[in-house]
Design a protein around this ligand. Structure first.
Ligand code: CFN
Ligand code: HCA
Length: 541
């Protein structure tokens, strides 16, 4: 195993040295040597900017962020991709978002709906084909909702998907049809797609259900997508504590969950990057406060539960939460005792989306492992630097679709929802509603934080540092493994999960122990390592 003799500055320079000067200047602002603590002016990182053409980014597109990420996990809305078949096909369940419709619930997730655009649709327009597809879905399934998603060609030819959707909604009368202008090129990454999805689901769906909802301590969990069953584990914990989850955005969700979300007392935000827009809009329109939680790692889950207890200030709930934590932690501690001796002191790298590269460091800390380098694909500056450091960035000035929003909630009607005065008093006595740490705060001084990591940089980091584990997605997976380093997909969890909550943490310890303890990766030797100049004769028969 190669020990790192290089300083972080050497590593950064080594990476940048391969780029043309203009590219190097831009990448230099996105590769940051971390100063987590002790600095009055911690370094800033350039984020949420366009990837330089020619660089092989790990990012996805705006359509993926809207259709795949936010709306994809909802089981009983028919999601129709208006575009070429590949866009629909490759965003079809590859994310491993699970669902449980129960014995009678509708579940359209096993189906992939697309207008399958062809050349003639590009030339003559695809609106008629879209209307026919919506009609077909309605006739076959009679869903509560149909959502239409634009792909790149739709924006380029100018099909009016909103007008078609409106017309079909009026025609049906009993089916909510609405559309998303989430063409892949619309933004610099998935992130713009989250924003578009949040705005539309808020405008067209949240608030539809008038009936007050039963249950004590009513919350919504925002930014949890039930990847590998994470949401099932968090639901289990909520139920055990006596917390009522009205809706999850959008793991294991249904049309009705979105429609009733505004009846909650409190919004809990897990992945802030993808859903802060909904949290802000619900606060503005319905007066529902929100704060940041994290159910990745046992300690973080316990901390989040305690914060929920503190918010409601109900002694019965606080006591129950403590009982649940004590009970769950027994198994967690037993698992740690078994696995930590194998993982202690090992090193990790994490390059994932817009929140997991931060959240998962808590699990590695529990295992006694150190994160050498990490970064996001498409996060914004606040995800790195934290809301405390740059409060003016959040909420994004353009994040709200305010035209139709008015502040209408009378807080007293929504007991135990807190009144603005009560919230102010809680903040004054130290309760953190909006503040949260970014990733940089968590990582040690001198670690390297990289935004929008690319293929070349990933391989370079592995070559220089030889970490004990590398966590990222499918695009990185095989090149990392070929370099002899174990790789864990933190998007899809490969074939595993859940990794959230207490049982998820135990599962994660076991998974990581197996990966870092296995010798198999150190035996990989690619042909070019033995013989860099392979020659051969190609025989055509
Ligand atoms: S489930 Fe989430 S947690 S929603 Fe977001 S920012 Fe993606 S699909 Mo991949 S795994 Fe990833 Fe996050 Fe939020 Fe997932 S880190 S990239 S768009 N993400
Ligand atoms: C997306 C979805 C993705 C991709 C994961 C990967 C996911 O960004 O469109 O690259 O392995 O989690 O499924 O982030």
């Amino acid at each position: 195993k190669k020990l790192v003799q290089l300083t972080p500055t050497d590593v950064k320079e080594d990476i940048l040295s391969k780029y043309p000067p203009k590219v190097a200047r831009k990448r230099a602002k996105q590769i940051m040597i971390n100063e987590a603590t002790g600095s009055d002016s911690p370094p800033e990182i350039l984020a949420n900017v366009r990837t330089i053409p020619g660089i092989i980014t790990m990012r996805g597109c705006t359509y993926a962020g809207c259709k795949g990420v936010i709306m994809g996990p909802t089981r009983d809305i028919v999601n129709i991709t208006h575009g070429p078949i590949g866009c629909g096909f490759y965003s079809w369940l590859t994310r491993r978002n699970q669902t449980d419709p129960g014995p009678d619930g509708a579940n359209y997730m096993p189906y992939c709906f697309s207008t399958d655009m062809q050349d003639q649709d590009i030339i003559f327009g695809g609106e008629k084909k879209l209307a026919a597809a919506i009609q077909e879905a309605y006739d076959l399934l009679h869903p509560k909702g149909i959502c239409v998603f634009a792909t790149c060609p739709v924006g380029l030819i100018g099909d009016d998907i909103h007008a078609v959707s409106r017309k079909m909604k009026e025609k049906f009368g009993d089916c909510n049809v609405f559309a998303f202008s989430c063409e892949g090129y619309k933004g610099v990454s998935q992130s713009a797609g989250h924003h578009i999805a949040n705005n539309q689901v808020f405008t067209h769906l949240v608030g539809e259900e008038q009936k007050e909802q039963d249950g004590e301590f009513k919350i919504n969990l925002l930014g949890e997508y039930n990847i590998g069953g994470d949401g099932f584990e968090i639901d289990r914990i909520f139920k055990k504590c006596g917390i009522t989850c009205l809706s999850t955005f959008s793991g294991n969700s249904s049309y009705d969950q979105f429609a009733r979300a505004h009846h909650a007392d409190l919004n809990l935000v897990m992945c802030h990057r993808s859903i802060n827009y909904v949290a802000d809009m619900m606060e503005t329109k319905y007066g529902i406060p929100w704060f940041k939680v994290n159910f990745i790692s046992a300690k973080s889950a316990a901390k989040s539960l305690r914060k929920i207890g503190e918010y409601f200030g109900n002694q019965k709930l606080i006591d129950r939460i403590e009982e649940v934590i004590a009970e769950e932690m027994k198994d967690v501690e037993a698992a740690l005792a078994a696995h930590k001796p194998h993982t202690q002191g090992k090193t990790a790298m994490l390059f994932v989306g817009g929140s997991r590269a931060h959240h998962y460091q808590d699990l590695f800390t529990e295992l006694g492992m150190k994160t050498l380098s990490a970064g996001y694909e498409f996060a914004h500056r606040d995800d790195y630097e934290g809301r405390r450091v740059i409060p003016e960035l959040v909420p994004d000035a353009d994040s709200r679709n305010i035209e139709e929003i008015e502040v209408s909630a009378d807080p007293e009607l929504y007991n135990p929802r807190k009144s603005p005065e009560q919230i102010k008093a809680m903040e004054d006595s130290g309760f953190e509603f909006k503040d949260y740490d970014g990733m940089n705060e968590q990582m040690g001084n001198g670690t390297i934080v990289i935004d929008d990591l690319n293929q070349y940089e990933a391989e370079k980091l592995v070559e220089l540092y030889k970490p004990d584990i590398f966590c990222a997605g499918i695009k990185e997976k095989y090149s990392i493994q070929k370099n002899g380093v174990p790789m864990l997909q933190l998007h899809s969890y490969d074939y595993g999960g859940p990794f959230a909550g207490f049982k998820g943490a135990i599962n994660f310890y076991k998974t990581v122990d197996r990966l870092v303890s296995s010798k198999v990766w150190s035996y990989t030797e690619a042909p070019w390592q033995k013989s860099p100049e392979l020659t051969g004769t190609f025989v055509w028969e």
